[in-house]
Design a protein around this ligand. Structure first.
Ligand code: G6P
Length: 369
């Protein structure tokens, strides 16, 4: 097992560090920015289904559901196809409306999650086209789907999902770019800019991994906190949910993710000097809005840990701790902002003496209801 961990203390840390290379594996042979190509065989073979879709329904569980939420923002922005994201467990039991012009995308690392499997069976029975985004090759969901794209992240052993999440987002972003280009909803310039940016994402992820020492320092300061709040807006709202989930899963600290502006409809009541609030505040996106959210936290004495773009000065003045990440466009930022949050949860869990790779009560794949 030590050999399999490749010199890392835990599989989770190894998998966090693999992200620059597995994201490359995910787009290898599918993306060529110079030639302006983004192609996934499963999409190309069924391009009409995607282009004629009335809407895209995304079904998933856990971290994969968070990747689905990021995809909702990206698909609607790039391709203007309406998207709905559902927990597979809710979808399968609520008599949902499914039409033959719906494209259902099932996202699953393992490809074995029982609820996601049941959701796609239901979608197929109702005539929808089912596209699987799985990591495990030959898994049940990949076989049950009409078509699909693998994430090629390699085996993920740590129960808390890390590299599966970023590679799922990579695949879904490529699909959205392809559709945006075909539909003309994405300008040529934007299309090429995003392609180029996606190609250099692995380098930016590698740079974001350099926040490891900083994440460790922050972890030491907050490892005994009983609660934690994660806030983000737009593309980074799902990242806030995922950050909170990572912390809960492996450190057993109660954590909640919220869209930053919703804070005033509840969570703000929890903020006092004991409450660490992790705010995802990159320069792109709704920066001014998030700055005012940070001010609201500060005036209630919350402890602010902010993920900011390198060189940021405004948030730095307000926050107790900042973690700097490289600049990216708003739409691709989840691939970068996620990294320090993974590291933060990892170090907190290690410092609390938790079993990082096999947290209590959790399973890597949930094959029963
Ligand atoms: C379990 C795992 C999570 C995962 C979820 C969905 O809860 O612990 O890491 O996100 O199942 O799994 P899937 O394999 O369908 O992505």
């Amino acid at each position: 097992e030590q050999i399999e961990k490749g010199g890392y203390d835990h599989f989770m840390l190894k998998e966090i560090y693999e992200q620059p290379s597995v994201i490359k594996d995910t787009y290898r042979g599918r993306l060529n920015a110079n030639k302006g190509i983004v192609q996934l065989a499963g999409v190309e073979d069924n391009i009409e289904k995607f282009l004629n879709a009335n809407r895209i329904l995304i079904v998933a569980c856990g971290t994969s559901w968070h990747a689905g939420l990021v995809a909702e923002y990206i698909f609607e922005e790039f391709s203007r196809i309406p998207v709905e994201v559902e927990y597979a467990s809710e979808f399968r039991y609520r008599n949902p409306i499914i039409n033959k012009n719906d494209v259902v995308i099932a996202i699953s690392q393992s490809g074995e999650t029982a609820d996601t499997m049941a959701a796609i069976k239901l979608a197929k029975e109702n005539g929808a086209f089912v596209f699987g985004v799985c990591n495990v090759v030959g898994s049940s969901i990949s076989r049950e789907s009409h078509a699909g794209a693998y994430t090629h992240a390699g085996p993920e052993i740590g129960v808390a999902s890390t590299k599966a999440f970023t590679t799922q987002i990579t695949v879904l972003t490529m699909i959205a770019l392809r559709l945006g280009k075909a539909k003309g909803t994405l300008s040529n310039t934007d299309f090429h800019t995003y392609l180029q940016e996606l190609e250099v994402i692995p380098e930016k992820v590698a740079e974001a991994l350099e926040t490891n020492e900083r994440a460790k320092e922050i972890a030491a300061a907050f490892k005994d906190a009983p609660n934690c709040l994660y806030l983000g807006r737009g593309y980074n709202f799902p990242v806030a949910l995922e950050g909170a989930l990572k912390l809960k899963e492996i450190s057993y600290i109660h954590a909640e993710g919220y869209p930053a502006a919703e804070m005033k409809h509840g969570p703000i009541a929890l903020i006092d000097e004991q409450m660490p609030v992790i705010v995802i505040a990159p320069k792109q996106g709704h920066y001014d809005k998030i700055v005012s959210n940070i001010q609201e936290i500060k005036s209630r004495s919350g402890k602010i840990i902010a993920v900011v773009t390198k060189g940021d000065t405004q948030v730095r003045e307000l926050a107790d701790y900042v973690i700097e990440i490289p600049e990216t466009s708003d739409a691709l930022s989840p691939l970068i902002t996620t990294i320090p949050l993974q590291l933060l949860s990892y170090h907190i869990a290690v410092m609390r003496g938790c079993n990082v790779d096999q947290p209590r009560n959790l399973a890597k794949s949930v094959t029963v209801e």
